[in-house]
Design a protein around this ligand. Structure first.
Ligand SMILES: Cc1cc2nc3c(=O)[nH]c(=O)nc-3n(C[C@H](O)[C@H](O)[C@H](O)COP(=O)(O)OP(=O)(O)OC[C@H]3O[C@@H](n4cnc5c(N)ncnc54)[C@H](O)[C@@H]3O)c2cc1C
Length: 262
């Protein structure tokens, strides 16, 4: 019996220290980290299957440089975690560190990349500014006529988001966390203005802590409880190609901000 089937065979607990609503990467990661920090028997409910929301769509690009230092520290931690998760859980995450290459087609973007390089240095993330010929060496397929230069972060990479979710679920379960798929949260129950439980389509779990990690469905769910969550989904397109002959698996991720493309 798989871990998921075991959970389905289990009945929902009557109480839990924390209930996480939503089994995407955010919900499962939170459950994993709660378990790692010693919160016993936290529960996650997912209305369908884990990672079936937005998570499975993700390209899985792992970037570390963010707008603020604290976000960058968090992203650095995430990149480290991806190297450790497989060793810890035995579940591969597909993590490969091919690096990311950002290119500039305009002066303003080139200045931004130079600032990013500076920020990377302060945050102790190795990075390089590249001339056009160095960009072309790293990425031979690129059109060079409008290129000003590039910014390369070798330790960035890519994961398989489905496998990362499975690995974190495995790590969480091994520490006593419980995951219930095909279990929809209907509403959060309150008593005297405080959270008292979660009503699901499989029963009620009493709890005084709920994490709403429903991704793009969060704001609608929260609105039903009179809470505004300023989160809005935007459209995002991706192309899946046939195998491209000669395209090496070691090629870095390429970001062209002016073309809104990666
Ligand atoms: C095409 C594409 C490419 C992307 N590429 C990248 C990338 O390269 N790198 C990167 O970092 N990010 C990328 N992202 C963004 C990334 O996918 C999301 O930020 C991330 O998956 C969000 O995770 P989540 O857990 O918040 O949401 P979700 O994965 O959507 O999970 C929410 C879950 O909540 C469940 N749920 C909702 N309501 C309820 C309820 N009432 N009861 C129980 N369960 C409920 C849903 O079924 C769903 O499984 C990409 C996104 C897209 C669409």
């Amino acid at each position: 019996m798989s871990a998921s089937e075991k959970d389905q065979a289990q009945t929902l607990p009557e109480t839990a220290p924390v209930v996480v609503i939503g089994g995407g990467i955010i919900g499962v990661s939170t459950l994993y980290h709660l378990a790692k920090k010693g919160v016993e028997k936290a529960v996650l409910v997912e209305r369908k299957a884990m990672a079936s929301g937005t998570t499975w769509h993700a390209a899985g690009i792992v970037g570390q440089l963010r707008e603020s230092s604290s976000q960058t520290e968090l992203s650095k931690y995430t990149a480290r975690l991806f190297t450790e998760l497989e060793l810890e859980t035995g579940q591969a995450t597909g993590y490969k560190q091919n690096g990311t290459l950002h290119v500039a087609l305009s002066d303003i973007r080139w200045e931004q990349l130079r600032r990013n390089h500076d920020h990377a240095g302060r945050m102790e993330i190795e990075s390089r500014l590249l001339s056009v010929s160095e960009v072309a060496e790293l990425y031979p397929y690129i059109e060079r006529s409008d290129l000003l230069g590039g910014f390369f972060v070798p330790s960035n990479g890519q994961v398989n988001p489905l496998d990362v979710t499975q690995a974190m679920a495995k790590g969480g379960r091994a520490r006593g966390a419980q995951i219930f798929e095909n279990t929809k949260a209907i509403r959060i129950l309150t008593r005297n203005g405080r959270v008292s439980g979660v009503e699901t389509d499989k029963g009620v779990i009493a709890t005084d802590r709920v994490l709403l990690a429903g991704g793009m469905w969060t704001s609608r769910f929260a609105a039903q409880h009179g809470v505004t969550v300023p989160l809005h989904a935007t459209e995002h397109f991706y192309i899946v190609t046939e195998t491209i002959d000669g395209l090496p698996r070691t090629i870095p991720g390429l970001v062209v901000a002016e073309e809104r493309l990666y």
